[in-house]
Design a protein around this ligand. Structure first.
Ligand SMILES: Nc1ncnc2c1ncn2[C@@H]1O[C@H](COP(=O)(O)OP(=O)(O)OP(=O)(O)O)[C@@H](O)[C@H]1O
Length: 264
């Protein structure tokens, strides 16, 4: 039976830091199978929301945080349903000791950084990992060390590491950070393939240019609160982005892609 519990269901969420409330979300639900972009300016609470979903921080008492219907998770259970990739994660994989690309993906099955003598991996894990690298256009990188890869290449490998578990959804935190325009174009194209394969995407960004045509729902955060939540065509407008970023903005749309410019 397919579980149709929402990908994400938050209620009464308040996250406190230094006695201030940095995230205040009375209610937010993203249905299973729906892709959404969470958009906000610097300091609007996006990373705090990512940490909340990844169980790296906990909300104040009284909150309910459910991912695919469950409110208590260990890391093994969570990543089978929701893969999480952020640019900061990448730093761990670039560091010493060197880590080979395929080992990086296979070790995802053990939630470890690299393979250790006591971990007995199977041929199936290797095959699935090679296929996942193929899906993101990174199979040719097998044999290289993570530290030798470009930012875009390393990010593809981490997406393969997440996809190897065949998750129902991927949470991508600023996935295009550090990519040049060409690398970003190819990377977004690859992500479109992931979305079309049936994996829901939760894209956290402050760039509307990165919102894939496959994403219809926009959740806007401002000052740690939900500012607006709705359909892309209704929300990606000059008025709502002017309010979100605090600067006059104008928006253009072409073939399902949006672009924002500061109003002259
Ligand atoms: N540990 C903390 N102590 C105090 N304030 C914090 C702490 N963590 C976050 N904040 C504050 O909470 C607010 C939201 O931070 P958060 O990192 O979630 O924003 P963001 O939307 O991810 O920003 P950016 O786009 O710059 O990464 C910011 O004003 C930040 O200074």
């Amino acid at each position: 039976m397919v579980d149709d519990s929402p990908l994400l269901a938050l209620s009464n969420v308040r996250v406190m830091a230094d006695e201030a409330c940095i995230l205040d979300l009375p209610a937010l639900t993203i249905p299973a199978g729906e892709s959404a972009a969470i958009l906000g300016a610097n300091g609007s609470g996006k990373s705090t929301l990512v940490k909340l979903i990844a169980r790296q921080l906990y909300p104040a008492w009284g909150a309910d945080v459910r991912i695919f219907g469950q409110d208590s998770w260990n890391v093994f259970d969570l990543r089978k349903l929701l893969g999480i990739v952020s640019s900061t994660m990448q730093l761990d994989f670039d560091a010493e000791p060197p880590l080979e690309v395929l080992d990086c993906v296979v070790s995802g099955f053990f939630a470890s950084r690299g393979l250790w003598a006591h971990q007995s991996y199977t041929q199936d894990m290797v095959d699935v990992s090679v296929a996942a690298l193929g899906d993101v256009g990174a199979q040719h990188l097998i044999g290289r060390s993570m530290a030798s890869l470009s930012t875009g290449e390393a990010r593809r490998v981490l997406i393969a590491r997440a996809l190897a578990h065949r998750p129902r959804a991927l949470l991508l935190d600023e996935p295009c950070a550090g990519l040049d325009p060409a690398a970003r174009h190819h990377f977004l194209d690859m992500l479109r393939g992931v979305a079309r394969s049936g994996v829901a995407l939760l894209l956290i960004t402050h760039h509307i240019e990165e919102i894939l045509p496959e994403i219809d729902r926009i959740v806007m955060l401002r000052g740690g609160r939900l500012d607006r939540d709705g359909a892309k065509a209704d929300l990606l407008t000059g008025d709502s982005l002017t309010r979100l970023f605090g600067l006059p903005m104008m928006v253009t749309e072409r073939h399902g892609w949006y672009q924002a410019d500061i109003h002259p």
